[in-house]
Design a protein around this ligand. Sequence first.
Ligand code: FES
Length: 91
Amino acid sequence: MRLKRLRDAGRAPIALTLDGAPVSAQDGDTLLTALLAGGAGHLSPNLFAQEPRAGFCHMGACQDCWVAVDGLGRVRACATPAADGMVVRRL
Ligand code: FES
């Protein structure tokens, strides 16, 4: 899944990594928006079906967007603000 920005595309750029690969994002993105709009494609596999997931509710309810962030531990990507320099890993 890839998100395409339709508005607010001019915010300040930030950079993070997902599993060591660079991801370009914008200040004010949630981590989920940053990863999907930045081309991550998918997050961790679903715990039960083992299929790639990209979040479902995007509002902190479904638990389908867990990732690991250095210094923060395991977080829901849709409920975590993206920050410049974040080091993110799929679980
Ligand atoms: S996408 Fe549902 S909790 Fe994050």
